[in-house]
Design a protein. Structure first.
Length: 590
């Protein structure tokens, strides 16, 4: 610590210049430094380094054995602010970018992306476009015509990069009264006990006023929740608003900045904030940040007892999980436990979505939890107003279990027996189709009265369509052929048709970008491939109409959000390739 000189009760810090510091020189005072201890040189450095290395390797082996890690680690356990992962628990660990922690990307994709100069654009396309296509890549990336169309999109995208306008932050803001109205709407929509907001409504309503007081500093968690509420309501508002894209971008940037250096506490509010950050990051096509936020949410959930609702920590994989506050545990009601079960299963489903859509390793390995299904009413009292939420929970969890079974089977059997492969896939297809028939999701969608009800139905039906497309496309009998399986094309067409019908309904609120990427990107590319490969098929006009519509809708959603422009450019050029294929049967080239 630098020495200090005291004069007239004022402490002056020395600037450590030698032989005499500036402060002492100016005042004519003797400059004296405290003696420093000399560091002793460590002996046997070579031996110490070998011992540390061996300990690190043993620790890594135990970690892999415990977590069942085979394909790569999850987000960094030790640096909450880092956007990288660590291969071992050591200060000297090699840091690996998150983008490298997914399963291998097709060489075709890498060759396409080589032409993109901007690193952010390459990362966005790799993480949010081509990752979705890997589940159906056997047909997409083997079609010369389709690949020419995609290369054309890359060339067009490069031109857009060269002429890109300044991306300075938008000045759009939400006025105080409009912000309060959004907060009221949010709390009115989410009254179900399973989605209980862990912050009082009155406090959230006071935030717009508190933010105008210079001396008041709100905690990061409250600010993230506040911004996420405004962002969700901005996206879901069916009334067109000038500058909507700029507002969305500003709110997301607020939360992205807040998340840097954010230290989460073991509280329900921090868990809630981390979960909403997952949704916000996905809406802005930042899948790496979303995965990191999911990992942090799971850490908080584990510390709050979400992983051991129905079993003691010692019973779970032999690992002692941090026990919640004893007072909280003793007073925990069955409603509290049901809420934990409900939220845990949704976290488990989110983990499955990252595995399926982005090729991520699981963050909730088998044996790390013991949580039963909740009573879907949460309180034990059947409430007619929450029927859609209850149905969504039961249907979506059944689908999540199928996704888990499929992914675990693929991971454990890299070269499954060809004689039984299609039979197993057919059994999964049958399970998904039974979910759709048991609940008659399309009929439920027609009965939905509120946007929340509509959203739950949309999530069920589009998740089912997407899984059926993936399963039919993955059958061995369909591989090695450029011809798409008829069910794959039919479900893709049906998915886009349903989405267009929803958006054309004036009483239905709009949906954001994440719904397009998660649920409509695969159907969009499948239909484009059908048009390019079979330009004379019977439903050519209808299919081109659907492709043009979803492309235009995406352009509208991305308006004023320049960071998402690469996604829009790819869809626009694929649309152009389809129209060109109709004219002369060859792909569009630049």
């Amino acid at each position: 610590m630098a020495p200090q000189r005291t004069m007239n009760n004022i402490s002056i810090r020395c600037n450590r210049d030698t032989p005499r510091c500036d402060k002492c020189e100016a005042t004519g005072t003797e400059c004296v430094y405290p003696l420093r201890k000399q560091r002793t040189k460590k002996q046997g450095n070579d031996i110490d380094e070998k011992r540390v290395l061996l300990e690190v390797l043993h620790r890594l082996k135990r970690l892999e054995d415990h977590c069942g890690i085979e394909k790569g680690p999850g987000p960094d356990e030790h640096d909450e602010g880092s956007m990288s992962v660590s291969s071992v628990d050591s200060e000297t660990t090699k840091i690996v970018p998150l983008a490298e922690c997914r399963s291998p990307i097709s060489p075709v994709v890498n060759s396409i992306l080589d032409g993109i100069k901007d690193a952010h654009t390459r990362s966005l396309l790799l993480s949010n476009v081509f990752c979705h296509l890997r589940t159906v890549e056997s047909c997409i990336f083997q079609s010369e015509r389709c690949m020419e169309a995609i290369r054309s999109a890359m060339s067009e995208l490069q031109h857009e990069e060269d002429t890109q306008m300044d991306e300075s932050p938008s000045a759009h803001v939400i006025q105080k009264e409009a912000a309060k109205e959004s907060i009221r709407n949010y709390f009115d929509l989410y009254k179900f006990e399973g989605f209980k907001i862990p912050i009082e409504k009155d406090f959230v309503l006071s935030i717009p006023d508190l933010m105008e007081i210079p001396h008041v500093q709100l905690d990061t968690t409250s600010q993230i929740i506040y911004n996420s509420i405004l962002l969700q309501q901005t996206i879901l508002n069916p009334v067109p608003r000038t500058g909507r894209g700029g507002i969305i971008r500003r709110l997301y940037k607020n939360c992205e900045n807040l998340s840097q250096g954010w230290i989460l506490k073991r509280t329900p509010a921090d868990l809630f904030a981390a979960i909403v950050m997952v949704s916000m990051a996905l809406e802005s096509c930042n899948s790496e940040l979303a995965w990191k936020m999911l990992d942090r949410a799971l850490k908080v959930a584990r510390s709050l007892g979400y992983f051991s609702v129905d079993g003691s920590p010692e019973q779970i994989n032999g690992e002692a999980i941090p026990t919640p506050n004893p007072t909280t545990t003793e007073t925990e009601t069955e409603v509290d436990r049901n809420r934990k079960r409900f939220e845990f299963w949704h976290l488990l489903r989110t983990d499955c979505l990252f595995r399926l859509s982005f090729g991520k390793p699981t963050l909730i390995p088998p044996g790390s939890w013991k949580v039963n299904f909740p009573d879907p009413t949460i309180t034990g009292v059947d409430d007619e107003a929450s029927h859609f939420i209850q149905i969504h929970f039961l249907a979506s969890m059944r689908l999540a279990i199928i996704v888990m079974k499929y992914l675990d089977w693929i991971d454990s059997e890299p070269n499954p027996d060809p004689s039984s492969y299609d039979a197993i896939i057919d059994s999964y297809i049958g399970e998904v189709e039974s979910i759709m028939s048991d609940w008659d999701i399309e009929k439920l969608l027609a009965m939905a009265k509120t946007h929340v009800d509509t959203w739950f139905c949309v999530d069920m039906i589009f998740s089912s369509y997407k899984m059926l497309i993936i399963l039919y496309q993955s059958k061995k009998c369909n591989q090695g052929s450029h011809q798409l399986p008829r069910p794959t094309v039919d479900f893709s067409r049906k998915s886009l048709q349903t989405f267009r019908t929803l958006l054309n309904n004036a009483s239905t609120a709009v949906f954001g970008m994440s719904l397009v990427l998660f649920h409509q990107f695969i159907p969009f590319f499948i239909l484009c491939l059908e048009i390019i490969e079979s330009p004379q098929h019977d439903k050519m006009e209808e299919d081109i109409g659907l492709v043009s519509w979803i492309s235009s809708y995406t352009e509208e959603v991305i308006d004023e959000r320049n960071e998402l422009k690469p996604v829009m450019v790819i869809m626009k050029v694929m649309e152009s390739a389809c129209k060109r294929a109709k004219i002369d049967g060859i792909p569009h080239t630049v």
